[in-house]
Design a protein around this ligand. Sequence first.
Ligand code: SAM
Ligand code: SF4
Length: 325
Amino acid sequence: PGASGWRSGGAAMRDQWNREIDYLRISITDRCNLRCRYCMPEEGVTWFEHSQILTYEEIIRLCRIFYELGIRKVKVTGGEPLVRKGVPWLIRALKESCHMEQVTLTTNGVLLKEQIGGLVEAGLDGVNISLDTLNREKFLEITRRDQLSEALDGLEEALRYQELNVKVNCMPAAYNLDEVTAIAGLAKDDPLTVRFIELMPMGPCAAWPKERFLPVTEILNRFPALEEIEPNGVARRYRLPGAMGTVGLITPMSHEFCGACRRIRVTADGKLKGCLHSREEISLRGLHGRELEDAILRGILQKPKGHHLTEHASDTPRTMNEIGG
Ligand code: SAM
Ligand code: SF4
């Protein structure tokens, strides 16, 4: 690699470990309409000032450069991205003026019912809906808000759009293990992917006792009939006999997937992060042209080989809602 990155003749970016980087996750707000206990405290959050948050125009300008450097897929996240106004405008611009091949959104689903039509029309390719429980009281306990029915309505509405790739993300922990069969069952009658993702010790849950975290492989014990489809990569996919959809396991803790990581992140306040768990950040705000390209390539070079979550909590001083989960 040269002093400012590893790239030649329009080829995709590679980091110093030779991983190809083509996927950007961008947080468009740190605000949220829920307060999931593992992600945010109920009170005392210091929000970014509005002036600190990247404007849509800034995001689009950055993403044009990201495209030139080889990024082809963008995930819009937060905080809760749908609490910010005008997301369809952003989706359309990412597709049409930045030429991104795949634009997806991660949401808690609460505001999805009324917004999904506009998002699909704008070109959204897929939506990941986070859902840790199907039980109203437990939803209230986990998210501190009584909005399960809104989240389920959002999911149902999303499933009306056949062209949309719908995934449900569930984080199994000690408190919802009894529900994983029911949650996986969402894939029975609909062509969606249910993904179980290990909780990572960062933000509020960094201080939780170890017993509350659950290796996602526990899930496998509950589904002896699961047949593995794809053993490699970040998500391992399984077929659930008789189901229209599939089940995925994402094991950042127990089976480190860093070797297959193709992603970089931009925080709501415009900092480039090579890894969710590292302290290193590069501010992209106010940079233009060659200076901006160099900063991005430097960030990619700094992407660490892996995390150390099995030894200690995340190194990042940030919470998930700021970085973008
Ligand atoms: N608000 C949206 C949502 O909940 O889908 C998008 C942002 S949220 C930070 C993105 C994802 O990060 C959610 O699926 C959430 O469950 C996950 N998440 C939050 N804290 C986490 C943690 N400590 N470990 C693993 N995943 C986490
Ligand atoms: Fe909000 Fe998503 Fe964090 Fe829950 S996980 S508090 S929905 S940002």
